[in-house]
Ligand binder design. Structure first.
Ligand code: SF4
Length: 362
């Protein structure tokens, strides 16, 4: 439940349910006349959506008709020499877009006999087409009821529902797609375009949104609560923490390897690991570390370095090797067979697997 000024209290579902009617009425009266909106054949929509990725509408306009005059059909584009295609794209930048567009046209020729496929999944499988672009082509050109959620839509919906979820989180986008799917009207292509159009013309990024001119002003919870401009929330993932660790590859006189278990909480909780500690220990510090744990070593020799990347932490590991140890308590000493069958080492230590294999064989 949301509470706004002037006593507006609306569930998210109630707000969303009103979007199609309000937006389509506004779109019918206010949509910009754009070349790709006239005669929206699948190929024309496809070309426009690829051009509009990373490029403003005004910048795309002059290129669009020129490109379509040069390559009026999928077949023309598929067969054209790549240099000519690149020439027609010159000035738009991000040339991978047009390379993929041409590859996509070739796939459409080979696999679909030159007909752009009328299915979200098949569109999605073409080079250079992601969820948003597949949704846009499917809904605008074929009226297939699928959402097309881009940055504009994420912003508008976050503000309308006054949501502070991080829109860079794919789960948040997935949830929004699901919610929009439930309210899609018959005129699905126009509806998807109306959401994007509102984001581009009224509910602006960067500056203040034009709430007084907005067809959603009466139901917009972000506006009602005076926080529209703070939304949406975009939080980049924190950079990974780098952790330097020193590990020990310790082999007993009996030919067994020393392991111990990690603490029951935290990273790799309760799993086996090579004995080790945070920080980079010198040989003397390593010997002292082991001595404190009842292990007398002759001389430690340097072992391999390894790195492992978890989602939030990176381990940068160095290693000391000790052989001919007395099997002190506090460690679990395992044979090669036990290591294979019952003491699985996490893949964080896979950089050490070859060295361990070699030690346990000898
Ligand atoms: Fe965006 Fe304002 Fe419209 Fe809400 S009322 S959707 S914040 S322009």
């Amino acid at each position: 439940m949301l509470a706004g000024k002037e006593g507006i209290e609306l569930e998210d579902r109630e707000v969303l349910a009103q979007l199609p009617e309000l937006l389509l009425r506004w779109y019918d009266g206010s949509a910009r006349v754009l070349p790709w909106r006239e005669n929206p054949t699948p190929y024309r929509v496809w070309v426009s959506e690829i051009m509009l990725q990373q490029t403003r509408v005004e910048a795309v306009k002059p290129y669009y008709e020129r490109f379509l005059s040069a390559f009026p059909t999928v077949e023309d584009l598929a067969k054209a020499p790549v240099d000519r295609v690149l020439k027609m794209w010159e000035g738009l930048g991000y040339y991978n877009r047009v390379r993929n567009l041409q590859k996509g046209a070739q796939v459409v020729m080979e696999r679909y006999g030159g007909q752009v496929p009328a299915s979200f999944e098949e569109l999605r499988s073409l080079p250079g087409i992601g969820d948003y672009t597949a949704g846009a082509i499917a809904s605008i050109a074929f009226q297939i009821p699928v959402p097309a959620v881009d940055g504009n839509v994420l912003r508008v919906i976050s503000r309308v529902l006054c949501r502070r979820d991080n829109i860079l989180d794919p789960k948040v986008k997935g949830r929004m797609e699901k919610e929009i799917r439930e309210i899609l009207p018959k005129r699905v292509g126009d509806f998807n375009q109306s959401l994007m159009e509102l984001g581009a013309m009224v509910c602006l990024p960067g500056g203040p949104p034009k709430c007084l001119l907005c067809p959603l002003g009466k139901i917009c919870q972000g506006y009602a609560q005076g926080v529209a401009q703070e939304l949406p929330v975009k939080t980049k993932p924190k950079p990974r923490k780098k952790e330097v660790r020193t590990l020990f590859l310790l082999l007993s006189k009996e030919g067994r390897l020393a392991l111990w278990k990690r603490p029951e909480k935290g990273l790799l909780a309760g799993l086996w690991e090579l004995p080790g500690t945070e920080g980079k220990l010198t040989r003397e510090q390593g010997e002292a570390f082991l001595g404190e744990r009842g292990l007398k070593v002759g001389t430690l020799s340097p072992g391999p370095k390894a790195k492992h990347i978890f989602s939030h932490v990176e381990w940068h590991m160095t290693c000391w090797v000790g052989e001919n140890m007395e099997e002190a308590p506090g460690f679990t000493w395992v044979t090669g067979q036990e290591l294979r069958e019952s003491c699985t080492l996490p893949s964080a230590f896979k950089g050490y697997f070859p060295a361990i294999g070699q030690m346990l064989e000898n």
